[in-house]
Design a protein around this ligand. Structure first.
Ligand SMILES: CC/C=C\C/C=C\C/C=C\C/C=C\C/C=C\C/C=C\CCC(=O)N[C@@H](Cc1ccccc1)C(=O)O
Ligand SMILES: [Zn+2]
Ligand SMILES: [Zn+2]
Length: 478
């Protein structure tokens, strides 16, 4: 049995038409948020002044949210925010919406406009955080503010968790909120966080966009490789130096891809559900992976994004060595950022890495590591997944396919596996290859209509979560 209304977007009780004044105010509110440089550099180095200012800012632009009697607001870990919206029906299990206020650094170079200007031009709001993830944070609060201004009282309780250090691990924000909710014995029906998008233009020959809701995310290892050698005068160098040994080791890692894990994990499900979107012969190929799996797997390896879906990836992200032009360096260090395919574990990947490096002069230090996240349900009974699907169909009627997939990046939602088995990572936005590169890159921007649609999506989603969710009757029961 599926959920009632499945396949038929239900009309929300309150129309998601916003007045010109409301639409103006919502874009101005986002611009203001972008102007506050809440940059995270490391867990120990966040912009505390900006984060404090951001906390004041959201109180100012969303006054109704912060003064409503059935909403409790708590500041956690100094700069994260937890809102508890008490619904009128305590028998309904609560859910949680998530976003984060911090952003990655954005040096001015290469940007069309300064990254913290929040300037509007060509129908876009420009700046760091417009896609990752102040858009979501502001859209959640904006949608709630608009609902409250229309006297909406939610039936189902929900939490809004707004982390302030997602970009540097979430240890002071999401982890603390999670511990607090666990101490309060909270169990959640589901969580919705950032993650995948409505993807457009990522797959050759697939002209239509499709929505991908991430039901899992890759694991991760940050690994430091280190070589120590005796220092000395560069005029009489040894045959090998710490730099040379380490460079050869990381080069071997870069040149030796991890095994292709196509066929294990949620990817098969993604491709099968996507098959009908393709024309002949791709539709037949994708519907018969038992036969064509090896071909599809080879094709996916060729592109750097789809490659990340079929295997564990190893990215060399930092390299440090040397103290002076004429000194043989005592130590060389490199950081490898590894993203683990859902079918592998931290231990398996570490064993593979050590075998590839195969040099006992190279020392390994695991800085951080976690396994891939469990796969959340995406069947007809999966409330969170079905609510997302229904809301996508209502807000984006041109998107005919919604598929479960994996998130290649990590999100704060991974800190909440103690509260629910149903975690969905989805941004109600179109993503094109160019906008994908702008996330953590340059010229990050969101179109004004896209942001309005994101607000509309959450405005309807909250109402959909309050609609009756009894299983749909079988045909013969009608
Ligand atoms: C069959 C399917 C075919 C095609 C799919 C095509 C394309 C998939 C394309 C894009 C994927 C879509 C979206 C992914 C975009 C961004 C990743 C999402 C969230 C990442 C957020 C983030 O950056 N997190 C940080 C968190 C972190 C920071 C510090 C330490 C640990 C974690 C990260 O992951 O680095
Ligand atoms: Zn993010
Ligand atoms: Zn990010």
């Amino acid at each position: 049995k599926g959920l009632k209304g499945q396949g038929h977007p239900r009309a929300p009780q309150i129309s998601s038409q916003f007045s010109p004044g409301e639409r103006f105010a919502m874009k101005e509110a986002l611009k203001g948020a972008i102007r506050i440089p809440t940059v995270s550099f490391s867990p120990e180095n966040v912009n505390a002044t900006a984060l404090a200012e951001f906390g004041e800012y959201i109180r100012t632009v969303f006054p109704t949210v912060f003064k409503t009697s059935f909403i409790r607001h708590e500041v956690i870990g100094e700069y994260s925010h937890l809102l508890t919206v008490r619904g009128s029906d305590p028998s309904l299990q609560p859910y949680m919406l998530m976003a984060h206020s911090d952003v990655v650094p954005a040096p001015d170079e290469g940007w069309e406009v300064p990254p913290f200007s929040g300037l509007e031009g060509d129908g876009f709001i420009h700046g760091r955080g417009t896609l990752d993830n102040k858009n979501s944070l502001m859209a959640i609060l904006q949608a709630l503010e608009l609902l409250l201004n229309r006297n909406y009282i939610p039936r189902r309780s929900f939490f809004i968790a707004l982390g302030h250090d997602e970009e540097v691990s979430g240890q002071n924000g999401a982890q603390k909120i999670s511990a607090l909710l666990q101490a309060r014995d909270i169990k959640l029906a589901f969580i919705v966080d950032e993650g995948n998008f409505i993807l457009d233009g990522f797959i050759p020959h697939l002209k239509k966009p499709f929505a991908m809701i991430a039901v899992s995310e890759k694991g991760s290892i940050n690994l430091r490789l280190e070589v120590n050698m005796t220092p000395g005068h560069s005029s009489a160098p040894p045959k090998e130096t710490s730099i040379g040994i380490l460079a050869a080791a990381v080069s071997r890692l870069e040149q030796t891809p991890m095994p292709n894990m196509f066929g294990s994990g949620p990817l098969k499900m993604t491709l099968q559900e996507l098959a009908h979107e393709f024309s002949f012969p791709a539709n037949i190929i994708l519907s018969n992976l038992w036969l064509f799996g090896p071909l599809v797997s080879r094709l996916m390896e060729r592109n750097y994004i789809t490659n990340a879906l079929v295997r564990t990836t190893t990215a060399l992200t930092m390299f440090n060595a040397g103290v002076k032009v004429n000194v043989i360096p005592p130590v060389a260090q490199a950081i490898i950022n590894i993203r683990i395919h859902p079918a592998q574990t931290v231990q398996e990947v570490l064993d593979l890495v050590k075998n590839i490096v195969a040099d006992n002069r190279v020392q390994f230090h695991v800085l951080t590591a976690f396994d891939p996240l469990p796969v959340s349900p995406s069947d007809h009974q999966a409330l969170g997944y079905q609510l997302l699907r229904q809301t996508i169909q209502s807000i984006f009627p041109e998107v005919s396919t919604v598929v479960p997939g994996i998130c290649i990046g990590n999100t704060d939602s991974r800190h909440y596996t103690n509260l629910t088995t149903s975690i969905y990572r989805f941004n109600p936005l179109y993503l094109h290859p160019q906008s994908f590169r702008s996330i953590h890159g340059i010229n990050e921007k969101i179109s004004v209509p896209a942001y309005e649609t994101q607000v509309k999506f959450i405005f309807e989603f909250i109402q959909n979560a309050d609609a009756d969710q009894e299983p749909a009757p079988h045909q013969h029961e009608l």
